[in-house]
Design a protein. Structure first.
Ligand code: PLP
Length: 420
């Protein structure tokens, strides 16, 4: 044994494994930004064309991103949440129609469903990955279901090949939320975002690549792509000469500054993902064989937005929250649960805080039935958040020494927790 079992945890007054900060997505040390992005911003400012209706950076980014993914269409927008909103608007639900999604995700997956007056329906997740469980999605389909939004959580592939087959069987649209999943590969080898009819990406500060904020949707379907493009630009058909507005829409346009930075980021993406994978493989090897701690399953397609471990509290001597606190004290950026509650337990849904005091559309009519967002709706998701999901912040700039410190701290905490 390389580590004495009695090593005192930092939580109990012992010496922390690590005192120096890690590279983080919150600062320059943990972002792959440099001279190329500075040149991009300078180029746009010098051109005097900061808006995509006069400049061509955004249109170029769309072309480059579509080509990168091998699809004919990409549509830029102002955020990942906006990108999901574009997708939902393209689905064009009637008020009260249902869209099935996951309770373990950023609210940006779910809020756009409500913005379009549709009802979010939550399916349960796989206990090992936190990604949607296909059987649970199947159980939630009704005559009012219009779409499924799958999230590739932490960069691990959701079962979208199976979900696309299910969607096709029922005439539904499958949207892939790839905000955490650039270059993730699905079970059949295809890139996440190309299996469903629409793939949505985010350029927010914490994602694999960033422009501060920003969103991108990709699609093989020209009609869906045109509807998304119109929705992001006040329904204004700029490919005609007419100043008119074809349907209720918003202004979610990306600026030329964002687009230019994103264009500089795109050639760096493959390297970012490769470095995140290499570090994750090193950590996985260093953590194998710890009772009650499961490293993320990976057949080579995971892009590691974060590094999730699944904790079995009975065997590991503590919950994910116990581990999260102990690791934080050791100087490791980790947290228990990822979320504090499943998305369906947030006030927007439990208290129907939607449009004024109407609660619209979360009652019947327009919904088929009064939706329930009670505790117990998705037991596996609730258990992951309450006890099991331990999330280590991940970064492409972690050195071998950084990864070794993380592994040493996890082993130290595991030793102490299982010695009790
Ligand atoms: C970040 C994120 C979003 C929202 O993206 P923003 O750019 O922050 O609006 C949506 N879904 C998932 C899974 C995310 O991680």
């Amino acid at each position: 044994m390389s580590q004495p079992a009695e090593e005192t945890l930092a939580l109990d007054g012992g010496t922390p494994v690590r005192t120096a900060p890690f590279p983080s997505v919150g600062n320059a040390e943990g972002r792959t930004l440099g001279a190329e992005e500075i040149e991009a911003v300078t180029r746009v400012v010098a051109s005097g064309r900061l808006n995509s209706t006069v400049g061509d950076e955004t249109r170029q980014l769309e072309r480059e991103f579509a080509d990168y993914y091998g699809l004919p269409h990409a549509v830029a927008s102002s955020s990942g949440t906006a990108a999901i909103h574009l997708a939902v608007a393209a689905v064009d639900p009637d008020p009260g129609d249902e869209i099935i999604t996951t309770p373990i995700t950023d609210a940006g997956t779910v809020l756009p469903i409500l913005m379009q007056n549709a009802v979010p329906v939550f399916a349960d997740v796989d206990p090992h990955t936190g990604n949607l469980d296909v059987a649970s999605v199947r159980d939630r389909i009704t005559a009012r279901t219009r779409a499924i939004i799958a999230v590739h959580l932490f960069g691990a592939p959701a079962p979208v090949v199976e979900l696309r087959a299910l969607a096709d069987e029922h005439g539904l649209i499958l949207v892939e939320d790839c905000a955490q999943a650039y270059l993730t590969r699905c079970s059949d080898g295809r890139l996440a975002g190309t299996v469903g009819q629409i793939g949505c990406f985010s350029l927010q500060q914490s994602k694999h690549i960033t422009a501060g904020d920003g969103g991108l949707c990709i699609s093989a379907d020209a009609d869906l792509a045109r509807r998304m493009r119109l929705f992001a630009d006040k329904g204004w058909p700029r490919d005609t000469d007419e100043r008119t507005h074809l349907f209720l829409s918003v202004n979610y346009r990306m600026t030329e500054l964002q687009a230019a930075v994103a264009r500089a980021q795109l050639p760096k993406l493959a390297g970012v993902v490769a470095d995140r994978r290499a570090g994750a493989q090193r950590l996985g090897a260093a953590l194998s064989g710890l009772a009650g701690l499961t490293i993320p399953p990976d057949e080579g397609g995971v892009s590691y937005w974060q590094y999730p471990l699944v904790v079995d509290p009975g065997q590991a001597g503590g919950s994910c929250h116990d581990y999260g606190k102990a690791l934080a004290a050791e100087g490791i950026p980790a947290n228990g649960g990822y979320l504090t509650r499943p998305v369906y337990r947030t006030p927007v849904l439990t208290e129907r805080r939607t449009y004024g005091r109407s609660g619209y559309p979360l009652h019947s009519p327009p919904a088929r039935v009064e939706p329930s967002y009670d505790v117990g709706l998705c037991p596996e998701a609730e258990r992951l958040i309450a006890e099991r999901l331990l999330v280590v912040s991940w970064n492409e700039r972690y050195t071998e020494a950084d990864v070794n410190d993380i592994a040493r701290a996890v082993r130290k905490v595991h030793n102490a927790f299982t010695a009790k």
